[in-house]
Design a protein. Structure first.
Length: 174
């Protein structure tokens, strides 16, 4: 049986200046160590949604393993495949970073002077949608009460489980 362990970025935004996998590759039982260089031309980037009715949609390229730059904490950088102790072998990989200013607030990310996370886009705005209905101002004028509030909602990526074809119970289900 083989085990895989993924080395993930500890930085929110940084250039990767070097990756040294030699020590991990020489551990007895290690079958392979993969970096972005090993995946180039073999593994496609993670697919993103392309069709939408949005006014603007420019999804950044998401490589399976980061090569020159990491854009979020936890971004995969290397994978160790081993007969045992894959996690211990992964700890031997040396990654050197040149930290960049992180962009953690969505409103700040839209400011003209904000650091650009994905340089190829030239902006931090990847998706722009406008939701409009009838005359909103007229509706407010007629309302008995108007509440104006800024809401901050947690970031999430919902991934519902298909109940029609998946027979395995969901995690944490009775």
């Amino acid at each position: 049986m083989l085990h895989a362990a993924v080395l993930r970025s500890s930085h929110a935004h940084a250039h990767i200046t070097s990756i040294d996998t030699a020590a991990a590759r020489h551990v007895p039982g290690v079958v392979a160590v993969f970096t972005a260089e090993d995946c180039e031309g073999v593994v496609e980037p993670v697919p993103t949604r392309r069709e939408t009715e949005a006014e603007e949609l420019r999804p950044p390229v998401h490589p399976v393993l980061a090569r020159d730059k990491v854009c979020y904490v936890g971004q995969p950088i290397a994978i160790v495949v081993a007969q045992a102790l894959a996690q211990d072998s992964m700890a031997l990989i040396q990654v050197h970073y040149a930290p960049l200013s992180p962009v953690v607030d969505a409103l700040e990310a839209m400011q003209p002077d904000a650091p650009i996370v994905h340089q190829a886009l030239g902006t931090n705005i990847a998706l722009l949608t406008l939701n409009a209905g009838d005359d909103v101002e007229a509706a407010f004028a007629q309302a008995a009460h108007v509440v104006r509030q800024r809401y901050q909602v947690q970031r999430l990526a919902p991934a519902p489980r298909c109940t029609s074809c998946c027979k395995r119970p969901a995690r944490n289900s009775p």
